[in-house]
Design a protein around this ligand. Structure first.
Ligand SMILES: C[S@@+](CC[C@H](N)C(=O)[O-])C[C@H]1O[C@@H](n2cnc3c(N)ncnc32)[C@H](O)[C@@H]1O
Length: 256
């Protein structure tokens, strides 16, 4: 897993790939730490809105039993191909967060992932209630969500100052009607949502603190920059101030 996280960011691959490698590295480090706390045996893991299996397949490669609950049939088909190529089995089920309670026994999952999904659900608080319902006592929830503060920063960097102000005042953290992102979260709001749902956040990491603000010309002719960026992202992910400007917030929370 470390290799997947850390070696894909060569400078020749460009900023988008390195930004993705930075994201992967920070989130995987957190998940590895979490998995070691949750126990030795194969864990029951549910990836809610797991998409094409970017997280689910590597978790299955570690020997865990992973189920992806995902509304998109196309994503489920891609997941199946990805799992087959990796030689692992990942169960894919068509459904939404609201279906979790009927798809799984109560308190049955050791770990539930909710990565880049709370932005899209109708009601994030209700979705988290559904997640908590299938998480066992002592189990954990991993939430990755888009940071509103970074959204405002990026609008200013794009020269859209009024949109940045709109975003910060909007309850859903959107910069306007044409904003493709349905919702963004401040760190405080995300932690409050988790606490209100009965979870206890144990760590908050900033994901892509610098990756999305590095000027494009920084990559030109510098094969080392991508790896340097991944190293930097790892180093600052839990920096108490830097977390606040990261593009995404990764919170690990446990259930009593
Ligand atoms: C940005 S993608 C994230 C995919 C994956 N979790 C990842 O981090 O790469 C958002 C995913 O949420 C799914 N989704 C949207 N609404 C959902 C809902 N109500 N319940 C569960 N998944 C949902 C989408 O189909 C999509 O696969």
């Amino acid at each position: 897993m470390t290799d997947k996280a850390g070696t894909t960011a060569g400078g020749t691959t460009g900023p988008a790939r390195a930004a993705n490698a930075a994201r992967t590295a920070v989130v995987w480090e957190a998940l590895q730490e979490l998995l070691s706390h949750l126990g030795d045996g194969p864990l029951e893991i549910v990836d809610a809105g797991g998409g094409t299996g970017g997280a689910a397949v590597p978790l299955a490669e570690l020997g865990h039993r992973v189920t992806v609950v995902e509304p998109s049939p196309d994503s489920l088909a891609a997941l199946e191909r990805r799992a087959a190529e990796s030689g692992v089995v990942v169960r894919g089920v068509q459904g939404e967060t609201r279906d979790l309670g009927t798809l799984f026994d109560k308190s049955s999952a050791d770990l539930v992932l909710v990565h880049n999904v709370l932005e899209y659900v109708d009601d994030p608080a209700a979705a988290l209630q559904d997640v908590v319902g299938i998480t066992r006592s002592g189990g954990a929830v991993s939430v990755l969500a888009t940071n509103a503060v970074a959204g405002a920063l990026h609008r200013v960097l794009a020269g859209q100052v009024a949109e940045a102000q709109h975003l910060l005042e909007d309850p859903d953290g959107r910069w306007g009607d044409n904003d493709p992102m349905p919702r963004r979260f401040t760190r405080g709001r995300l932690q409050q949502l988790l606490t209100d749902s009965g979870l206890a956040p144990t760590s908050v990491r900033g994901v892509r603190v610098f990756a999305d603000v590095l000027p494009g010309q920084a990559w030109e002719g510098d094969a080392q920059t991508g790896q340097n960026l991944v190293d930097l992202e790892r180093a600052v992910a839990q920096h108490p101030e830097m977390v606040g400007i990261a593009t995404q917030l990764h919170v690990v929370a446990t259930r009593d």
